[in-house]
Write a protein that binds this ligand. Structure first.
Ligand code: HEM
Length: 600
């Protein structure tokens, strides 16, 4: 047994790499822009890409921020400049990768021939770009006139390259952090099966700092240990089982109907009468409306043509919170006193909490009246408030985090699904045929129809395989040392779970870049490892909103395909993914929605 000394995240609070390059995205124009939503988000003059970022959504302010930012960034940084100089990961870790690989094969963790090790490429691929030639991922533009640029796009590809070069497990560094990256489902399974009762993702220090500064309680993302467990026990109920999530089908259906109205309105305002620009923006509004309706039992008007000012302010604050988080992550702590980002970061969180609090308080008053009148109360918030297991403060903390988690995730996934369906009319037609076989043309699809539509579910699974919203996740085993194959990792080692690399690995998914939903259908020839694509995470710490997200995505997709044939942007714009905290499109996705005859 080897001892692999690797300090965990405890030493790494907040200090970032010295070289940082921020890239600014292009902002393609669109003939039918001009919604009230556009251009309000960032602070003009401060954020050079304010108009794009301020479109209210779709751009991926991303939720599971600290799930993915740190590990992903670390990989970028390592590929850009760190490890090449140090001569590879193995020396620093005293973990000889070739031996590691052998030992993992001995233990059945890695099939022979899979992966490779540092200095020993897994596959000869002369066309593959060399990691050391990549431009560094982050850069503060000198003299750009911008105090702080508002974007930090990372390509998810370096993770894939690292996986190809180094094999199933490799080390990377980021500032003071040392990460152990897991790039094979077999090893991932070994790791995750050792999870204890209270798994820890990462220290979430930045979010915790806001709660601590403002004396607010932690939510499911920030809480740890026994307190997290108690919180999850309450939150899981009425959310986690498909049958429980189905209780919200009516509410989601209502919001999907409004989405369809807005979609029709937007396409009718385009010069061609069928084009919708930046569908991710529209779907962001759908997702926010949907999750708010479920959480607060109140409509907040995201799908109105004119978004209410209060709601718009809240959306802008989410945007600003994520933007300023990036600076708080990469800039040294002392800059918080002299630069405005830290104040803005805290202020935007305050707005997010205040928005939730107002809606919760309003609901409480309503409920008190209902209870006084002897009326039965239902709904998720009512359940949380009436459970007697959370203080009101804890409800405020949890709802704010649930709200944030439930927007970019579903909206970006839906956008990618539509993008691919528009480019593969054969699959889209098969989906339409499946739908019409289950749902008569004069009825809208409901939750009860979804189990009868395997292709619909496969489309979402395949979308999440190609675009895992959270491309890298993390785990810190703080309770015990961890054994993987022949190696012992001391407790507090930070493990980075390279989900993007795993779900793009041709060993498990032949032709990994192709959108092939049929992979997920019974009888399809090539089975894959169960840990090769786990977009909602794993175990007791897995996504609490999974069933709600699936229901939202299935119902919305079914309704859209029932009503429209979705066609690509006639200008033939190719879109690729970038990791902007969550995995998002590198440019707006514009699609044509051509009405089908006889849709309800
Ligand atoms: C496509 C949609 C979504 C995807 C792909 C997704 C993915 C994830 C992933 C990968 C995690 C980390 C799990 C782990 O560490 O094992 C997570 C955590 C979480 N998600 Fe989601 N999510 C989605 C939608 C939602 C929605 C709609 C909600 C809210 C209702 C939500 C709430 C949460 C919360 C609160 C956590 C933290 C759980 C904890 O730490 O205990 N997610 N999500």
């Amino acid at each position: 047994m080897r001892w692999c000394g690797g300090p965990g995240p405890a030493q790494g609070k907040g200090s970032g790499p010295a070289h940082v390059v921020l890239t600014l995205p292009a902002s393609p124009s669109c003939p039918n822009q001009g919604l009230s939503f556009e251009g309000k988000g960032g602070q003009a003059g401060v954020w050079p890409d304010a108009a794009r970022e301020g479109r209210g959504g779709g751009g991926g302010r991303g939720v599971c921020f600290l799930l993915s930012t740190l590990p992903h960034t670390s990989d970028e940084v390592r590929n850009g400049f760190a490890d090449r100089e140090s001569g590879g990961i193995s020396s620093a870790l005293e973990l000889r990768p070739a031996a590691a690989r052998r030992s993992m094969q001995d233990h059945g963790a890695v099939p022979p021939g899979e992966g490779a090790v540092a200095g020993e490429p897994a596959q000869e691929d002369p066309a593959a770009p060399c990691c050391s030639q990549r431009a560094p991922a982050l850069q503060l533009p000198a003299g750009s006139g911008a105090a702080f640029p508002g974007s930090s796009d990372f390509s998810p590809l370096p993770e894939l390259m690292s996986r190809r070069i180094y094999g199933p497990i490799w080390k990377s560094t980021f500032g003071h952090y040392e990460n152990i990256n897991i790039g094979s489902p077999e090893v991932l399974e070994q790791l995750l099966r050792q999870e204890g009762k209270y798994p820890m993702r990462s220290d979430m220090a930045l979010w915790k700092e806001h709660r601590d500064t403002r004396r607010l309680p932690y939510g499911p993302f920030t809480e740890e240990g026994e307190r997290w467990y108690r919180l999850r026990q309450v939150l899981n109920k009425r959310l986690l089982k498909p049958s429980e999530a189905a209780l919200y089908a009516g509410a989601i259906g209502e919001v999907v109907s409004d989405l369809m109205v807005r979609l029709r309105d937007e396409r009718s305002r385009s010069p061609s009468g069928v084009l919708v620009c930046d569908v991710a923006n529209l779907l962001y509004r759908f997702a926010l409306e949907g999750i708010s309706y479920i959480l607060f039992e109140t409509r907040i008007g995201c799908l109105r043509r004119q978004v209410p000012a209060e709601t718009q302010h809240f959306i802008d604050s989410i945007n600003l919170m994520f933007k300023n988080s990036i600076f708080a992550t990469v800039l040294p702590r002392w800059t918080r006193k002299v630069l405005p980002f830290w104040g803005r970061y805290l202020d935007s969180w305050d707005t997010i909490f205040a928005f939730g609090k107002t809606l919760i308080d309003r609901k409480m008053e309503e409920l008190e009246g209902q209870v006084e009148r002897g009326k039965e109360v239902s709904g998720y918030l009512s359940y949380l408030l009436a459970s007697g297991r959370l203080s009101l403060e804890e409800v405020y903390g949890s709802v704010a985090e649930l709200l944030l988690a439930g927007v970019d995730t579903t909206s970006n996934t839906l956008s990618w699904a539509l993008y691919h369906l528009s480019r593969d009319l054969g699959i889209q037609e098969a989906l339409y045929q499946e739908l019409t076989a289950v749902v008569p043309p004069d009825r809208v699809p409901g939750a009860e129809d979804i189990p009868k539509m395997p292709l619909l579910r496969a489309v979402i699974k395949e979308t999440l395989r190609i675009y895992p919203v959270v491309p890298t996740n993390a785990r810190v085993f703080w309770e015990k040392d961890i054994v993987i194959g022949d190696y012992l990792f001391p407790k507090n080692t930070l493990f980075v779970l390279a989900h993007y690399a795993m779900s793009h690995d041709e060993t498990h998914f032949p032709e990994p870049e192709r959108f092939l939903p049929q992979r997920w259908l019974r009888g399809y020839g090539s089975p894959h490892h169960p840990f090769s694509s786990i977009p909602f995470g794993y175990g007791v710490r897995a996504c609490v909103g999974r069933r709600i997200a699936e229901l939202e995505m299935h119902l919305a997709l079914a309704r859209i395909i029932q009503a429209f044939e979705v066609r690509p942007d006639p200008r033939g714009v190719e879109v690729t993914s970038v990791s902007r905290i969550v995995l998002v499109a590198d440019k707006p996705i514009n699609l044509e929605f051509v009405a089908r005859p006889a849709a309800p």
